[in-house]
Design a protein around this ligand. Sequence first.
Ligand SMILES: [Zn+2]
Length: 293
Amino acid sequence: MRTTRLVVALLLAGCSLFAAAQSPAAAYTGPLFDAHLHYNDEAWMSAHPVEDALGRMQRSGVRAIIANSRPNEGTRTLASATEQTRRAGVTVVPFIRLYRNRADYNSWFQDQSIVDMVMKELAAGTPAGPYRGLGEFHLYDSANANGAVARQLMQLAQQRGLAVLAHVDDSAIDLLMAHAPQARLIWAHTGIGGTSPERVRALLNRYPLLMGELSYRPGLTEADGQLSPAWRALMTDFPTRFMVGSDTWVNARWQGYEGLMADARRWLGGLPPELARRIAWGNGAALFGLPSD
Ligand SMILES: [Zn+2]
């Protein structure tokens, strides 16, 4: 009798262990910090006015955003809506975009008038507080990281304690950090061109202030929507260095905003809860002095 009971108990334990291994992890349900949000003129001036954009954030559980826009009027519009953002429970962390128009994407790194624009924006600040960073900027050719304006702005960021959101390849990370080793560089997409996880690891080891933002990152997740083993290992080994983002660079990304955040919640749910919360919220909050919960 006793033996039978033991066998049954063992069988049941075996079954529940098997079930735990097979069942998908529950999605992360805590707050999100969106570390890569654009509010460009085609969004705020037509399809996605402030109320619409904030509604999408609120329904996604996004409680803070790095906001930047081409031109900077979009960020100012959002930052000026202090009552609406307060009601939506969204903290706006404003960044200065280096682009007045699409042409600036290809020449900002050597265009002195961009520095003048940045200095003017910095002096003016926003109704949501002073600007906290520069970017997002792009370098389609990493050698342009050595452009005079790129160097000057990295050094300005270092002097003023501004973060920098940069869409660049791994070689440009080395070049940009050489200009300003104490700058807080946020690597947009953490190697969108397919930089290997091993190279990402080497750069994180080499630059203790380097952070990685994870939108559009190829190879991050697998077919089941969960992290690939290499990325899971990177996050486990560098728990304070990653953040999630939406990259609303075109209106289609606004239309899919809630889906993008749900995708992030799915893979975050596969991490230990404390690590998920850091990547979802805590790392961004710590960077900009927001409450940790
Ligand atoms: Zn972007």
